[in-house]
Write a protein that binds this ligand. Structure first.
Ligand SMILES: Cc1cc2nc3c(=O)[nH]c(=O)nc-3n(C[C@H](O)[C@H](O)[C@H](O)COP(=O)(O)OP(=O)(O)OC[C@H]3O[C@@H](n4cnc5c(N)ncnc54)[C@H](O)[C@@H]3O)c2cc1C
Length: 361
């Protein structure tokens, strides 16, 4: 293993949250590559957006907020091309942002674990280009998002299913389900996007959701504007509980496209099935729907596995975080966690966390 490098701050992740923290640290005159380093395991800029499915466009349901300082580049997500895949636009803008502010993101580098060695905080990384290394840091800003921790709820018989289970994180495109009988699970905008896209391709389409859909009559949801949802997230984060679903606090905005889908009968959800069988799903009333694929748009969990040695997790299932700082270990910050888990929350996290980092250096 390569010998230790020491750096004051390690940022893990270069999505909206990690870039925003980096921007503010730089504004506080820290030098990228010397005073802080950013590791990211992705092959390119773009955070989780680079991995999203081809059909996803910017602003189909939620507003995507700009990164701090993005005006300097002369671009804004508000005026971005909505005919292009979101993954292309975001990757392009983030890449230009990294270059403009010379943030020196080191990729592809996967952080395998963060642990204590005597008084040191050690970040163990692995990379096809750089091999296995350890970096000693005074402070860690974890900005790893959720994309790497897809959540699929347990249903009896799931392993017996002869068809295909596909999670949002692995959703390719509607073409792959051409002529198939597809069940889409989930009550959020991803499930709705899949249903609308699959309508023209799948032979049969069924929508199942855990709770009735709470339609709200607005074109686009500003996630931060949904203050009840943010407050729920904040409360859970501060008390160390597992984070609730965002959708349970926001409802689903009814755009014109969605409204037309409801009228056509495509966007009508059934309460969840009770079991999965080799050929399909069984409902509460005993009826059966044959299926070739089940698409799980059932959400994500914060990706924190690599922090396990620090024992931040509370008995209540989450980590205790207030204003982006761990309440268990003051050297650890969690950017984009809980109430910051939207593009505007992640952007704001930058300023809040960078100030606290500076106070500790
Ligand atoms: C399908 C979907 C659509 C969404 N649409 C919107 C929207 O329209 N508007 C909105 O405001 N929000 C939206 N969100 C939420 C939004 O994506 C996030 O709030 C925001 O983009 C997340 O930024 P982030 O920096 O926290 O995480 P990410 O963008 O996930 O970035 C995390 C980064 O950390 C890296 N990483 C993870 N683990 C490691 C590791 N161990 N080692 C090294 N690197 C690591 C990853 O490679 C990644 O680059 C959406 C979420 C989903 C799932």
């Amino acid at each position: 293993m390569a010998s230790d490098t020491t750096v004051p701050v390690v940022i893990i992740g270069s999505g909206q949250a990690g870039l925003s923290v980096a921007y503010y640290l730089r504004r506080f005159e820290l030098v990228p590559g010397r005073d802080f380093v950013i590791f990211d395991r992705g092959p390119d800029a773009g955070g989780a957006w680079q991995h999203r499915w081809e059909a996803l466009r910017l602003g189909t349901a939620h507003r995507v907020n700009d990164l701090p300082g993005m005006k300097e580049l002369g671009v804004s997500f508000d005026t971005a091309d909505r005919s292009l895949p979101a993954r292309e636009v975001v990757t392009d803008y983030y890449r230009r942002y990294e270059e403009h502010f010379d943030l020196k993101v080191v990729r592809p580098v996967t952080v395998r674990s963060v642990f204590n060695r005597r008084a040191d905080l050690v970040v163990a990384t692995t990379s096809p280009d750089y091999g296995d290394r350890e970096t000693v840091a005074r402070l860690i800003v974890n900005a790893t998002g959720t994309w790497g921790a897809p959540f699929v709820p347990y249903y009896p018989g799931a392993q017996t299913f002869a068809g295909r289970h596909v999670h949002t994180a692995g959703y390719p495109s509607a073409d792959e389900f051409a002529g198939q009988r597809v069940i889409v699970v989930g009550g959020g905008t991803s499930a709705i996007g899949f249903l609308l896209e699959l309508e023209g391709a799948a032979a049969e389409l069924t929508w199942a959701a855990r709770r009735p859909i709470d339609w709200i009559h607005t074109e686009q949801l500003d996630l931060e504007g949904a203050s009840a949802a943010v407050a729920m997230q904040d409360e859970a984060a501060r008390t160390g509980r597992a984070l609730p679903s965002i959708v349970s606090g926001t409802g689903v905005p009814v755009s014109r496209r969605i409204s037309a889908g409801i009228e056509r009968g495509i966007l009508v959800a059934r309460p969840m099935f009770t079991a999965i069988e080799p050929g399909g799903v069984r409902w509460d009333d005993g009826s059966f729907t044959p299926a070739d694929a089940i698409i799980w748009a059932s959400g994500f969990r914060p990706e924190l596995r690599h922090l396990a040695p620090l024992k931040l997790r509370e008995k209540a299932g989450g980590v205790s975080v207030g204003a982006g700082a761990s309440w268990t270990d003051p050297r650890i910050f969690l950017a984009g966690y809980g109430p910051q888990a939207s593009t505007i929350g992640a952007s704001r996290a930058g300023r809040i966390i960078a100030r606290q980092v500076m106070a500790q250096l």
